[in-house]
Design a protein around this ligand. Sequence first.
Ligand code: UDP
Length: 281
Amino acid sequence: MKSPLVIKFDKLNKCLDKSFFALYNYYIMELMQRITEPILGFEVDLFNFNEAVIFVHQHLKENRGLHIVTINPEMISIGSRNQEFGRILNEAELSIPDGVGIKLALKIKGINQENIPGVDFCKKLISLCALENYTIGLVGAKEEIVQLAAQNLHKEFDNLNITYIHNGYFDAAQEEIIREEIKNIAPKVVFVALGAPKQEIFISKLKEQMPHTVFVGVGGSFDVWSGKVKRAPEIYRKLGLEWLYRTIKEPARFKRIFPALPLFLIRVIMETVHESWVKIR
Ligand code: UDP
């Protein structure tokens, strides 16, 4: 049961003005308990968009680190096969439901969950960093893309302080150097765009040594922020068909969705039937 305050917050689309934060800061401690639901053994947070932003902000203010995963069916299927990645997913402190696949899976389990597109969520975190003077780091994508993304973010957010930028194409030896650089510069929030599972594995190696940092795996978000990749038009997004638009634009993605997405949903249906059967026995 959500408190009236949280319900009121849900109605606020623009959650990043000072008065909003001043209000919720007062109540935050008891509000932001994680509620998660397992999907095929992987915990997914049931926060809505605003609640998830508040949860992260609370951690930033208290100087507590986080690994944020923007979870999707593809990641769950990789996590089921790759033990290390599976463990990393379940050790993340926030696993936001990114995309229609997770939304449908939760629907099958009887839960109505808001979809939280990772690219929008991360943009919101960036505006929060600009507002609160938190430094950020960007790691990933091609050199031209990450530089363009940084320029565009600077244009969009006046006070943004990007203290570290590196492209996402490096070998094992360079990776060591990059991790050392990030540790030394210590941005407050590090956005990592290497695609899954690479970005989560990269983050897990840094996380222990940087317990006060917020890390987010952001997939193809830098491509979008650079302006080189266009988001799906509003109508596709509203209908939960962004994946269809991306597949039309990049047919190579088809292989990533089929048969993985339908198989994922069949597995979720089987899991849900099994859970219900166990309950009534
Ligand atoms: N990428 C990278 N290094 C690599 C592989 C990928 O920096 O070794 C980048 C790639 O350039 C792209 C992002 O990682 O910017 C992955 O995007 P993808 O579309 O796979 O992610 P999704 O949004 O589907 O999770």
